[in-house]
Design a protein around this ligand. Sequence first.
Ligand code: FES
Length: 180
Amino acid sequence: MDKVSRRAMVGMIAAGFTAFLFSPSSAGASSAPVISAGEACKRVGRRKSVDGKTFECVRTANGPQWKRAKATPTQPTTSDVKVFDSSSLPSGASQTAIVTSGGKNYAVVLTRTSSGVVAFSRSCTHQGSLVAPTGGNQLTCPSHGAVFNASTGAVIEGPASRALAQYKVSERNGAIYITL
Ligand code: FES
């Protein structure tokens, strides 16, 4: 082999080695993982996100497969909603109101106790009829006669067996708010 051809041979080897060094496979680079629904996966319960889509490895009749995961539900936001002016609820009194939030109506009943205002859902815990103040610090259901304590929401008389749902109340600047 003469000098020229030997030099050419060395050049070709060096070029090949350089190409090998910087090729994606030798550099450890790999193409982004592609997942599609129905494709086999290994570990049930594993979640992966690709292009903003979340997939979960689930058990199927054909073995573990990737499936589009449901979006994680966002936490509902709460907000204070004015019910009425403080002066509308004298000490010891109970009063009903309809408050609207997020396009929904809420039937509530508020009572001013010696330690502040309390608010409950008017939905009877028996079958959902609307309870109403009937005096004596009581709320009564017209459907089957359940009686609740207007200050605590507790059942005084069945057939309801659970207390009324309670709302958080705040009173400021002469108005009463509940948190929905
Ligand atoms: S719905 Fe209220 S007592 Fe039955």
